[in-house]
Design a binder for this molecule. Structure first.
Ligand code: PLP
Length: 371
């Protein structure tokens, strides 16, 4: 049979996905997980008002959705205190990352990110033929000086930074972020991924009044709002960037149920505050658990905690033993982060079960090591 006419770019791409989903792992293991704590989903549900709004929207699912996402953008504008012309809505940050890459990256373009940072960004860069330049983490934090230096050295038009960060959970202060933005070359755009911003202390968030045209902030309803499966996020950016995204975005990509749910959740800030408090309590539980079993944790301003197992080998052994016992968690694969495994904050009952299984796993590993 004749070779199919794939583009040369596609032919060169490795067969890869940014994340193997827990469902795929369950199919592989032949049974469902007992605990799903690996994807930083919310354990605290969705606002009842959002749930109601989504149920109502279902009755009109035979209609197309509003391709301008007008009502949601209007509400976001009011909440964030920015004009609507600065807001793009997309099917989660993962979708919006694709827009940023498509807008600024051509085959061969240099792009800068941290080594081991959020992989979906890299997935898009590779998909558009960009060349990734990686800057190692320093002391479990994104190395802002290293990222700015790499951007200048490579002439990259795009740098990625998640703050607070995944997979570490660590963060930089607003002052450090402002200095970073000032240190980036004038031609260089910054994608500031703020997926976890609701969980962060105020001093870790760049003020929304910062209006640098190079800055593209991305936020999501997947984490604190508990709507990961609905796929809604938004970008705050200069009007010319939003206008550019309008030329390439999938206009009907955010379905009407998701739009209605996001709008209602935005109008229920008390619900999100409750989730943020519950998550902070869960992080403290995990920190206490780690101390009790002799592990360290990285400081976290997110809805997960990275446990430091001391070595990559031990972290891998713990991960595999947890998976084998039906506990879905993930771990970074590249140094120096690979000595950690990452655990989403679950409900109190889920945390108790996690603690029990972790203690069993550690005891068995110690036995195996003859200690
Ligand atoms: C840093 C970061 N960015 C983006 C996402 C995905 O966001 P969304 O669900 O809006 O695509 C995640 C989810 O884990 C994340 O950790």
């Amino acid at each position: 049979m004749a070779e199919l006419p794939f583009t040369s770019l596609l032919k060169q791409l490795p067969a890869t996905v940014p994340f193997v989903g827990p469902e795929a792992l369950e199919r592989r293991f032949g049974r469902p997980f007992r605990l799903r704590l690996g994807a930083n989903e919310s354990a605290f549900g969705v606002s009842p008002k959002a749930q109601e709004a989504m149920q109502r929207a279902l009755a009109r699912i035979s209609w197309y959705n509003d391709p301008e996402n007008y009502e949601l953008r209007e509400a976001l504008a009011a909440t964030c205190g920015v004009p609507m012309a600065r807001i793009t809505v997309g099917a989660g940050i993962d979708d919006l990352l694709g827009l940023a890459v498509r807008a600024f990256v051509a085959p061969g373009t240099a792009v800068v990110t941290s080594l081991g940072a959020y992989p979906t960004f890299n997935y898009h860069v590779e998909g558009y033929g960009g060349r990734l330049h990686f800057v190692p983490y320093r002391n479990d934090h994104n190395d802002l000086e290293g990222l700015a230096e790499a951007a200048a050295r490579t002439g990259a038009p795009l740098v990625f930074l998640a703050n607070p960060d995944n997979p570490t959970g660590t963060w930089h202060t607003a002052a450090a972020l402002q200095a970073f933005l000032a240190a980036l070359p004038r031609h260089c755009m910054l994608v500031l991924d703020e997926a976890y911003c609701e969980f962060a202390p105020p001093e870790a968030i760049l003020p929304l009044t910062v209006e640098d045209p190079r800055l593209i902030r991305m936020r999501t309803f997947s984490k604190a709002h508990g709507m990961a499966g609905a796929r809604v996020g938004y970008a705050l950016a200069a009007p010319e960037v939003v206008a550019a995204f309008d030329k390439i975005r999938l206009h009907f990509g955010v379905n009407r149920v998701a739009q209605a749910g996001a709008l209602a959740s935005l109008q229920d800030p008390g619900f999100v505050q409750g989730v943020v408090q519950a998550v902070a309590e869960g992080r403290r539980d995990y920190e206490a658990l780690a101390r009790a079993v002799g592990l360290a944790t990285l400081p976290s301003a997110t809805n997960f905690v990275s446990f430091d197992a001391g070595s990559a080998r031990r972290a891998q052994a713990i991960l595999e033993a947890l998976l084998a016992r039906g506990v879905f968690v993930r771990k970074p694969s590249v140094p120096p982060l690979d000595c950690c495994f990452r655990v989403t904050v679950g409900t109190p009952a889920e945390r108790r079960l996690f603690a029990e299984v972790l203690r069993q796993v550690l005891a068995e590993l110690e036995e195996g090591e003859g200690r």
